[in-house]
Design a protein around this ligand. Structure first.
Ligand SMILES: NC(=O)c1ccc[n+]([C@@H]2O[C@H](COP(=O)([O-])OP(=O)(O)OC[C@H]3O[C@@H](n4cnc5c(N)ncnc54)[C@H](O)[C@@H]3O)[C@@H](O)[C@H]2O)c1
Length: 272
């Protein structure tokens, strides 16, 4: 087990990618503090982690609220005594029909509050103790391929995720003397319960043609990368953005020009 007896705090772990990370880190031996907006979703994930034989603590809190974040980190310390791994996963994507000029102040603000301020508040709250303990630590931020390439109707989401990339590099440099690794994962199109589930069949098919792998990724594809980055196997990796995207960012071929000799393969079997 890569993470035996480590203590991980994972935000937004009541569904999708965050839940998969909680389960994967639990499989690898970690005990997990599971944050989500609501108690019932956090508790559902906690039960799954406990079923693996690990300890789990469900903590409902809004990561966009600094006071709630400080309280959440305090609760985790009270229960487990420390935090070895922080995963800043909670994120929102508010569809912006009508594009840039149609986005409301409230939507712009909420996206930045959750996607950027959330990782800042959580990292700040967790890092103080990590620095004092001098035992190192791991921070993993969940960004997106949309930090690098723009998609229509995501004009607030994309800047928020690009800022997470720079926050990752900034913290990596500042915290390297404390042996705290700070990395990000940039998922491509992932078939998650929340964001990933809102797409219709036609759109999913269009993505399958656009992605070199020929399929969207599974939440577990992100989770195994996160478990690796949280482990001592990734000891010397810091300040990196690992894109888990089936080749999406590497491919500039217009879909219409893709070779007909390489038809889109069927979806891979879900490893869950
Ligand atoms: N699914 C994808 O294709 C995809 C692609 C790129 C990046 N991402 C990123 O991955 C992360 C997880 O996305 P997902 O697809 O699993 O989505 P999801 O909607 O399934 O899960 C997000 C979770 O975060 C929680 N959350 C939202 N706001 C919160 C807040 N303020 N405080 C605490 N929890 C909050 C939600 O309740 C939910 O449980 C997000 O940061 C997202 O931007 C997802």
């Amino acid at each position: 087990m890569k993470l035996k007896n480590k203590i991980a705090l994972i935000t937004g772990a009541g569904s999708g990618i965050g839940k998969a990370i909680a389960i994967e880190m639990g499989r690898e031996g970690a005990h997990i503090a599971i944050n989500d907006l609501t108690a019932d979703t956090a508790e559902a994930t906690a039960r799954e982690v406990e079923a693996l034989g690990r300890e789990a603590l469900a903590i409902p809190a809004d990561v966009a609220d600094a006071a709630q974040v400080d309280h959440m980190v305090g609760q985790t310390h009270d229960r487990f005594g420390r935090i070895d791994i922080l995963v800043n996963n909670a994120g929102v994507y508010i569809p912006q029909d009508g594009g840039f000029t149609a986005i409301t102040d409230a939507a712009w603000q909420r996206i930045l509050d959750v996607n950027l301020n959330g990782p800042f508040y959580c990292s700040r709250a967790v890092v103080k103790d990590m620095m004092d303990r001098k035992q190192g630590g791991k921070i993993i931020n969940i960004s997106s391929v949309q930090a690098e390439v723009a998609h229509f109707d995501a004009s607030a989401y994309q800047p928020s995720k690009a800022a997470v990339v720079m926050l990752t590099r900034t913290l990596a440099v500042e915290l390297a003397p404390y042996k705290i690794n700070v990395n990000a994962i940039g998922p491509g199109a992932i078939a998650s319960e929340g964001m990933g589930a809102t797409l219709g069949a036609e759109i999913i098919e269009a993505y399958r043609k656009r992605i070199p792998w020929g399929a969207r990724g599974y939440t577990r594809d992100i989770a195994t990368a996160a478990a690796f980055l949280a482990s001592e196997d990734a000891r010397y990796i810091t300040g990196q953005i690992v894109y888990v995207d089936g080749g999406y960012l590497s491919d500039s071929t217009p879909t219409e020009l893709k070779s007909q000799d390489h038809p889109v393969p069927p979806d891979d079997p879900d490893p869950k």
